[in-house]
Ligand binder design. Structure first.
Ligand code: SF4
Length: 374
C-alpha cells in the first residue's frame, strides 16, 4: 500500500509511488516510460559500493530494463529544452532597461514553493520555462499518443529524481493537460534502490546498457544541471556569442562551479557586464532576496536550488555529507567533459523536436504559469 512521510524541506506530504509503478509494469496495457535525472547517476551507485560521483547510469539502465520498464530516457534532454527556453527569456530580460529584479530559474520545485509562499510578488520574475522533468514529461506524453491509440495502450510517465519535492511538482494542477499529469509518478533514487532490492536485481553485476531511442541524445550542459551552478553554466554556454572551445573553457572559470552556498559571477556580454547570483539552500536564497529587495545587490540572472549543493544532494538521494556532495558534482562535470555535445543548442535532437513535435506548441508544452495563491 502507500505510506506517507514528511518532506524535510517543507510541509509537503510525500507519496510513495513504487506500488503504483509495480502495478503499471505488470499491466500489459500500460507502456511504462522512465526518465532519469542527471543527479541520480552519480549517487545511486553508492548503495552498491561505488564511489560517490562514479557515473553508473549504464548499470541503472540495465537494471530498469530487467525491472520491465518499456523505454528509458534521460531528463538531460528536457534540461536542454529548458536551457533553450530559459536563455530566450534571459536575452529578453537583458534588453529591459532599469529592471530591478533578475530572471530567476524555475527548475527547482522547492524554490518555487518558497517564492509562492514567502515572496509571492516576485513570482512574475521567475522564468516561465518548465523544469526539465516537466518538459520531458510533456514530450513523452505527446510522442506516444498516436502509438498508444493504435496499440490500445496507455503511456505511464515515470521520473526517477533525486528529489522528494518533485513528487509535489508532478501532482500540481499546472502540470496537468487534458486532466492528466505529464509525469504520473516520481520515484526517488532511494525508492529505486528499494525496488531493485525487492526483486533481487544485482545492479553491480550487470553490464552497462544504453538508453532507448529516440531520446538518447543530450548535451553536457544538460547533465551539469544536477549540481549548483550547472544551470547557470549551461545558460551561459548558450547565450555567449563566442562558441569556440576556448570560450567554453573560460566559462568553466566564471565561478559557477563548486559547492559554496552563494556564488557571484560577472561576465562581459556585448557592451556590458552581466551579473549572476547562484544560491543553494533556502536560507541563502532568502538572504539574497532581501538584498535584492533593498537594492543592496543587483543581478541579471539568479539560479536557486533548494538543497545545499543542488540536486546531487537532494532529499531522495542516498545520504550525503559535504564530501559526497562535492564528489557527486565533480562526477557530473567529468561526465560533461566526456561528451561530444557541450551546448544545448548543438543537440540535434533539440532541433528535431522544435521542428516537429513542439512546432507551434512551445507555449503549451514547455511553459507554465503558476496560478496565484487562493
Ligand atoms: Fe529537488 Fe533539491 Fe534539486 Fe530542488 S535542489 S529540484 S528540491 S533535489
Amino acid at each position: 500500500g502507500q505510506c506517507a512521510a514528511v518532506c524535510p524541506t517543507g510541509a509537503i506530504t510525500i507519496k510513495r509511488d513504487s506500488h503504483d509503478v509495480w502495478e503499471a509494469i505488470h499491466n500489459p496495457k500500460k507502456r511504462v516510460v522512465v526518465q532519469i535525472a542527471p543527479a541520480v547517476r552519480v549517487a545511486i551507485g553508492e548503495a552498491y559500493g561505488y564511489e560517490p560521483g562514479e557515473n553508473t547510469i549504464g548499470k541503472l539502465v540495465a537494471s530498469l530494463r530487467k525491472l520491465g520498464i518499456d523505454a528509458i530516457f534521460d531528463t538531460s534532454v528536457g534540461a536542454d529544452l529548458t536551457i533553450m527556453e530559459e536563455s530566450e527569456e534571459l536575452l529578453e530580460a537583458l534588453e529591459e532597461e532599469d529592471r530591478k529584479y533578475p530572471l530567476f530559474t524555475s527548475c527547482c520545485p522547492g524554490w518555487i514553493r518558497f517564492v509562492e509562499t514567502q515572496y509571492p510578488h516576485l513570482m512574475k520574475y521567475v522564468s516561465t520555462s518548465k523544469s526539465p522533468m516537466e518538459m520531458f514529461g510533456a514530450v513523452v506524453k505527446e510522442y506516444y499518443r498516436k502509438q498508444d491509440k493504435k496499440e490500445g495502450k496507455e503511456t505511464v510517465s515515470v521520473a526517477i529524481m533525486p528529489c522528494t519535492a518533485k513528487k509535489f511538482e508532478a501532482s500540481r494542477e499546472e502540470f496537468k493537460r487534458k486532466g492528466a499529469p505529464d509525469v504520473d509518478y516520481v520515484l526517488t533514487s532511494e525508492e529505486v534502490i528499494t525496488m531493485l532490492q525487492e526483486i533481487g536485481i544485482r545492479f553491480d553485476r550487470l553490464e552497462p546498457e544504453a538508453y532507448d531511442m529516440p531520446f538518447s541524445i543530450f548535451s553536457g550542459a544538460g547533465v551539469i544541471f544536477g549540481a549548483t551552478g550547472g544551470v547557470t553554466e549551461a545558460a551561459v554556454r548558450r547565450v555567449v556569442e563566442d562558441k569556440s572551445p576556448k570560450a567554453l573553457k573560460e566559462i568553466e572559470f566564471i565561478g559557477a562551479r563548486g559547492m559554496d552556498g552563494v556564488k557571484i559571477c560577472e561576465l562581459p556580454f556585448g557592451e556590458r557586464q552581466i551579473r549572476i547570483g547562484i544560491v543553494s539552500g533556502l536560507g541563502n536564497a532568502d538572504n539574497l532576496l532581501q538584498k535584492i529587495e533593498s537594492g543592496e545587490e543587483h543581478f541579471d540572472f539568479v539560479e536557486v536550488m533548494a538543497c545545499p549543493g543542488g540536486c546531487v544532494a537532494g532529499a531522495g538521494q542516498p545520504f550525503a555529507r559535504s564530501t559526497e556532495k562535492r564528489m557527486r558534482a565533480e562526477g557530473l562535470y567529468k561526465n560533461d567533459k566526456a561528451m561530444q555535445i557541450k551546448r544545448s543548442e548543438e543537440n540535434p535532437l533539440v532541433e528535431t523536436l522544435y521542428n516537429d513535435l513542439l512546432k507551434n506548441r512551445e507555449h503549451e508544452l514547455l511553459h507554465v504559469h503558476y496560478a496565484p495563491e487562493t
